[in-house]
Design a protein. Sequence first.
Length: 367
Amino acid sequence: MNLHPKVRPLWERALALPILTLLMIYKAFHLPTFFFPRDIRNIVRNWDLRMYWVLISSGLNRAFIDQPCEFTVPEDCKPKVVVDPKWRMTEQQIRKFYEDGFIGPLDAFTREEMQNFRNDLLEIEKSTSQTYGFVTPRDRHFENPRLWGYMKHPAITERLAQILGPDLLVWRTQIFHKPPKAPAIQFHQASTFLVEDYQVPALHPKNRDEIFQLTVWIAVDDATHENGCLDFYRGTHDSIKTIKFGGEEGFYNAAYKLEFDRDPSRLVRVPCKSGQFIIFMERCIHGSAPNTTDRHRLAFNLRAIPTNVAVYPGVKKYRSVYNGGKYFLDNWGVVHLRGVDRHKLSRTKELADPSYGKDGLPVRKAA
Ligand SMILES: O=C(O)CCC(=O)C(=O)O
Ligand SMILES: [Fe+2]
C-alpha cells in the first residue's frame, strides 16, 4: 500500500476517512485484526491513536510525521560511562545537549584525511550497493572498511556512550552529498522512523519518550552557511510534530510542511570544518540550506542505538519514501559499535574491526 505523504484527491479522502475511523476503533478497543491484509494489520498495530485522530479531524490534510513521543530533560545529566579523559563530556555539556538536541562541531579527523577519502566516498555513492542491489547512499559502511573505520573512531563512540550508555550498535548510515547548486533539505524530524513507509517503524524502543537513538553527522568537506551546513531549531525535540500535506517545500520525494513555530531565536546554524562532526537527536528539527556555491558539500552520518532497542524485528523489507525503492533486508544487519550486545534483538552483521595506523586513523583499504 502506498502511503506516500501528499495531498490526496477528494474521492480518495472520502474513501479513506471511514476506513481510518474503523481502524481507529479497532485500535482503541484492541479488536482482532488477523483477517485484515498485512498492511492494514501493521497500521492498526503501529499507529498511535493520535495519528488517526490528526488525519481524520483534518480531513486527511495533516498527519503526524512519525510515532508521537515526548522528551523532557532528565534531572540527572551525568555521563553514563566513564571514558578516556580525552573524550570526556561534563555534566553541563550533556545537560546542554539534552536542552538543545544537538552538540557540535567536535573534532575527529584532519582535513588531509577527509580530503584523501572524499574521492573514495564519491565513487561508493555512485556504485551499486551490494547490500540492496541498486545505487543508494544508504548503508555503504557494509562494503567499505575505511568508512566503517571512521565511524568507529573513539572521538565518536566515546561521546555517544556517555549519552546512550556503554553498549551500542549502528543500524543505518548514509552519505549526504550536496553538489554545487543542490537544493535545501527541508526541516524534518523522526522518532522511530515509521516516517519511512508509515506502516512499520524501524526502531522498537522500550519507552519512546527516552532517547533511544542518536545521529552523528561527519563533514568530509567544509560545511558552511553558503553550501548548506546543518541548521537546527534548538529544543524542538520536546515532541514529534505534525505535517501539512502539499506546499512548496519538498523533502526528497514527498511534499509537506512541518508544523512548528519557526522562532528565529531558536534557529542555530552549525558550520563544520572538514573532519568535524555533530551529534544530534533526529527528533530535533533540522535541515540544511541550498548549496549556493560551486563547491561540493560531502558528509556522511551514522545512526547509533543502545543494544536494548530492536531494529526491524521480523521485517523482510521496507519501502523508503525518502531514498526511494524497496530495501530488502536479507543482507542488512545492525553492526556492533561499542561494548557488548547482551540483548541480541536484531539481525546482526559482522564487520571486521578496522585496523588503525600510527596516527590513530583507520588504514586505507580498497572497497
Ligand atoms: O546532510 C544533510 O544536509 C542532512 C542530514 C540529515 O538530515 C541527517 O543526517 O539526518
Ligand atoms: Fe535528518
